[in-house]
Design a protein around this ligand. Structure first.
Ligand code: CP3
Length: 343
């Protein structure tokens, strides 16, 4: 079986010959070939250059031998046309110069036309598909409405999400209209990626673990569900968040063929709770990649044992690869997963 078929079969819980693997943030600063590109281009400039972005998309496939490629882009690209002043400053992560913190500011957000405003991402998808020539499938992605809203409101990274949680309750109407807007933009953005050739999509609700289950159900679930319900049918959807142990059942309820698990949960217990009619992705702690190959192997074995060779497990890290990670350990991880799961 080809890797490409195995990955998509796993999303649909059909049996595969081995456990397919891809890695969150499989491209990035831990790769010398990515750093070489970044020495010549700014991050947003790279994203806006389909030729270069397609090249970065393929780098991990060539170097690591993963079973799927993830589009090189960013969840925050769709916020740029909102005119909020998105920037990526070296070493500091994303920054939004004009955060959105009032009902008036929500109303004034301009319309987004994804073809006109982020069409370069769709062109990257077309070029990456062509260069991949069906060796492995291409995964597109977007941020979920909550995670996007948290950047718009906080203006950047946050630990406590206090502004977001204040806004949610103080401006309930504006909150729901903002999330509905973001849901519509995200659905258009993902459907554009699918039309351009993305074979699966991942919805990143990275920071939703900051919420209680009750808040998730009231403030987030309807909007994440609206995104997934609006997507082109028959394209597998991976739904992922961090710190979601108490939210998994609600996230499944919102949608997704595959639920992404972060490393804090026991994969076996989480899958039992979700039910085996949904596929799961995960969930090695990315920090294990700083340990010896023996430790990495033991970590992989624990996860494969927990998945118990059920159809519908895709191996992944429980979150993104850290930039200081030795690239040869990332390559060893891919080989170990293939080796242990093929036995
Ligand atoms: O190979 C891949 O994984 C695909 C590319 C990808 C990027 N961002 C490129 C990127 C993906 C899937 C993302 C998703 C993304 N972006 C998420 C969700 C995933 C997660 O980690 O939970 C989030 C929250 C973002 C927002 C974002 N973009 C942050 C917080 C940062 C700073 C991170 C850091 O390490 O500094 C970015 C920048 C970013 N996006 C980089 C890359 C390769 C590093 C930028 C650089 O080269 O300077």
């Amino acid at each position: 079986m080809t890797a490409s078929a195995a990955f998509l079969d796993a999303c649909r819980r059909r049996p595969t010959a081995f456990t397919p693997i891809w890695l969150m943030r499989q491209a990035g600063r831990y790769m010398p070939e990515y750093r070489a590109m970044r020495a010549r281009h700014g991050f947003l400039e790279l994203c806006r250059n389909p030729q270069a972005a397609a090249e970065v998309t393929l780098q991990p496939v060539e170097r690591l031998g993963v079973d799927a490629a993830i589009l090189f882009a960013d969840i925050l690209l769709v916020l740029e046309p909102l005119g909020v002043g998105l920037e990526f400053n070296r070493g500091e992560g994303p920054h939004i110069a004009r955060p959105v913190r009032s009902a008036i500011a929500v109303e004034r957000l301009p319309r987004v036309d994804v073809e006109a405003d982020v069409g370069f991402v769709f062109e990257t998808v077309r070029r990456a598909r062509k260069a991949l020539a069906d060796r492995v499938p291409l995964i597109g992605f977007a941020g979920a409405p909550f995670t996007l809203a948290s950047y718009l409101i906080e203006g950047g990274a946050s630990r406590e999400f206090l502004e977001t949680k204040r806004f949610m309750r103080a401006e309930r109407g504006a909150w729901h209209s903002m999330l509905a807007r973001l849901a519509a933009i995200t659905a258009d953005y993902l459907n554009g990626q699918i039309a351009a050739g993305a074979q699966a999509v991942q919805l990143f609700d990275s920071w939703v673990g900051a919420l209680s289950p009750a808040d998730y159900r009231e403030f987030v679930l309807p909007h994440s569900r609206a995104v997934m319900a609006a997507l082109t049918p028959d394209v597998p959807i991976i739904h992922f968040g961090v710190g979601t142990a108490t939210l998994l059942a609600s996230m499944k309820n919102a949608g997704g063929d595959v639920i992404g698990l972060d490393w804090r949960v026991e994969l076996g217990a989480a899958w039992d709770e979700l039910g085996h009619h949904v596929a799961v992705q995960g969930n090695l702690d990315p920090a294990v990649l700083f340990s010896s190959l023996g430790e990495i192997r033991a970590g992989v074995r624990r996860i494969l044992d927990a998945a118990a060779r059920r159809p519908g497990h895709i191996f992944n890290l429980g979150h993104g690869v850290h930039q200081e990670t030795p690239v040869e350990h990332v390559k060893a991880l891919v080989d170990i997963v293939h080796d242990l799961s093929a036995r």
